[in-house]
Write a protein that binds this ligand. Structure first.
Ligand code: ZN
Length: 309
């Protein structure tokens, strides 16, 4: 009986592994805080939209998971990552971001009766951006936009700041201004001096200034507000955890570069085509992954935004 079943089971196992060959890496940041680092490239069927970074906090009462990834399949990858470190159950999920991979896996945790919390401002933007997020996600991972099971947080907080004390750990959920998306927030752990920046910070890969979504000057201002927290450990929205100097080099300096250089180009009345051609060739930030695909587009978007001011 078993010998007949075995080959089929074995094939099924192989298939399952092939479909989800990707697994994120879990990195310890402080005693009780971990980052879960996904791909730094595009969304693919293998990574199920987990081309970003999430993380979790182990408290006395259980685990607080920061963000829920993009789909039910990648949400399970987060759950598996937590299990490699602790037997404590996930007690709460907090959404700090608006882009798909920060929250569209909520349904996986809500189905287990795990509450999902966020600032009302973040949820309002999640609702506005939902159709676009569905489109972009399904074009990366396959399937139809309408087949994605998308649920919003079960608990929202009004205002720009909410202090939470969970299992003896103090954490502050803050909206410091728009970043990659309007309504993006950060989670600050004052005692540990850890900040989950969400998409305010991109490490290792280049950030993208998205048409009609990311405002480059707002993002620059928000980044500076995160710096004022004087964090010692950064868990970014994309890439590996690191210190603030690294965030400054990979994100802050690049935002400054865009605003300064495109601003100069406009002052000198250089036209769009010439500015994009000249500034796209600049290699100051070509050490960042995806610079080839994104830098020219970022210059273009920044030009349009600064010109419209
Ligand atoms: Zn993102």
């Amino acid at each position: 009986m078993f010998s007949k079943l075995l080959p089929a089971t074995f094939c099924l196992l192989l298939l399952t592994q092939a479909a989800h060959a990707f697994a994120p890496t879990t990195q310890k940041v402080t005693d009780n805080v971990y980052a879960i680092v996904g791909d730094t490239g595009e969304r693919t069927p293998e990574n199920q939209g987990m081309n970003n970074t999430s993380g979790f906090i182990i408290t006395n009462d259980g685990v607080v998971l920061v963000d829920s990834s993009a789909t039910e399949a990648s949400a399970k990858m987060l759950e598996d990552a937590v299990k490699t470190v602790t037997d404590k159950p996930i007690k709460q999920v907090i959404n700090i971001g608006v882009q798909d991979h920060h929250w569209m896996g909520n349904s996986y945790f809500l189905a287990q009766k795990i509450p999902v919390s966020a600032l009302a401002k973040t949820v309002e933007s999640q609702k506005n951006q939902e159709p676009m997020n569905r489109m972009r996600l399904s074009s990366g991972i396959g399937g139809k936009p309408e087949d994605l099971k998308v649920e919003f947080p079960s608990e929202t907080f009004d205002g720009d700041e909410k202090t939470l004390s969970i299992g003896g750990t103090e954490m502050s959920l803050r909206y410091l201004g728009d970043a990659h998306f309007p309504g993006d927030a950060v989670l600050w752990l004052p005692k540990e001096k850890v900040v989950f920046t969400g998409d305010t910070v991109f490490n290792d890969r280049m950030l993208g200034v998205l048409p009609d979504i990311s405002n480059v000057k707002d993002w620059q201002a928000t980044f500076k507000k995160v710096a004022e927290l004087q964090p010692e450990h950064i868990i970014p929205g994309h890439g590996n955890p690191n210190d603030w100097a690294t965030a400054q080099k990979n994100t802050g300096d690049y935002l400054d570069w865009l605003v300064t250089n495109v601003g100069k180009s406009l002052e000198e009345m250089e036209d769009l085509g010439d500015a994009v051609k000249r500034l796209s060739a600049d290699e100051t930030f070509s050490f960042l992954k995806m610079a080839k695909e994104l830098h020219g587009r970022n210059v273009h978007q920044t030009y349009l935004q600064l010109e419209a001011e």
